[in-house]
Design a protein around this ligand. Sequence first.
Ligand code: GDP
Ligand code: MG
Length: 436
Amino acid sequence: NLSTKLDKAFKTLKGQGSITEINVAATIKEIRRALVDADVNYKVAKEVTDKIKDEAMGRDVLTTVSPGQLMTKIVYDELTQLMGGTKEDVVLKGDPAVILLSGLQGSGKTTFAGKLATFIKKQNRTVLLVACDIYRPAAIDQLKVLGEQVGVEVYSEPDNKNPVEISQNAIAYAKKNNKKVVIIDTAGRLAVDEQMMREIEAVKRAINPSETLFVVDSMTGQDAVNTAKTFNDRLNFDGVVLTKLDGDSRGGAALSIRAVVEKPIKFISTGEKMEALDMFYPERMAQRILGMGDVISLVERAQQQFDEDEAKRINQKIRKNQFNFDDFLSQLEQIKKMGNLKDLVGMIPGMSKAIKDVDIDDDAFKPIESIIKSMTPQERATPEVLNGSRRRRLAKGSGTDIQQVNNLMKQFEDMRKVMRTMNKMSSTKGGMQQMA
Ligand code: GDP
Ligand code: MG
């Protein structure tokens, strides 16, 4: 799997402390190949790996996991993020709420219509299925059979060849008969076709659905992306349904489609049974694409251990009044990683004061970080040596000005004062418990 491949690519990294430009290149290639193998569109795979490279560069390699494992975790996080981060629900607005299904023939629309009806019925809402495939009489029967199977009424007008009329009539029927959700199953062609597009556009315009879903067969690989793009250009759909994920498809289509049309994937369909429907969870799909087992949790545990050790180490230094710029930088990185900055700044003694006049987002730390990174190891360890000329050099080196450098020095000194005071207080109280 990818993790082992990455371990190999990372052989050269052994003994080095962090991921750098040179040692990451081979790995990035390996990741790109793995993504393309999983049916991710080449262009998307390239964009993704460029992002991953930025993310990976300079990350410390933890001692308890292999660099390949760490890299896999970085890739996993990035893929999850790219696929939307969290699951997104279908929107049911209006009385009745109308859901319009679109997609090519054979993509799984009719099957999905039955599944979605089952899904919504379970939430105690009344559903009406509407047969709008006017080209194949068998399609109406197929939906009727499904409707019967799941206990949902099916509306159809076998002699009417106008899908706009049928869907409008169906909505009126739903209102009269107290159906809260209307699911409209439409016709599809084997390939994108102008008449089909016009037809479904017209239906959408006429009924203004609260949700237009694009249904696509995940086994169609690269084609899925082009089809999605064409449908989205014409329909501006709200979400994607990925079908036939019970096959050996690796799910790369999910990533490509999300990246190309920027619409959320809402459901995945994993079989012909009516229960075989799942919400789309980006993290599960990322795992599927990468084809890995428990690497993620392994790395997460190691990361946590690393963070705990680091916190202990810094605490020690605070107690001994040895807190320096290396520690400051490490704390900044910790805070950024943890996300919600506003909640966290108060956790480090003096830190909230040091950054009180900056807006709290990741960018806010950039000048501070670049100033610290411009320091020599000696300057970081013993900030007292930072005289006027050294400070001017730092300003130049970090692309800031002397005012910003002086501010940082002042804030840093204030922080250390707070720490010293706290140390005194807690030692007079006879222990460190208060501080912790
Ligand atoms: P439509 O033309 O878009 O309405 O597609 P259908 O719903 O008629 O499905 C086409 C074929 O794919 C049928 O044989 C379905 O049983 C099958 N199918 C639909 N969804 C799935 C799925 O999630 N997994 C599998 N294995 N087959 C599916
Ligand atoms: Mg159909």
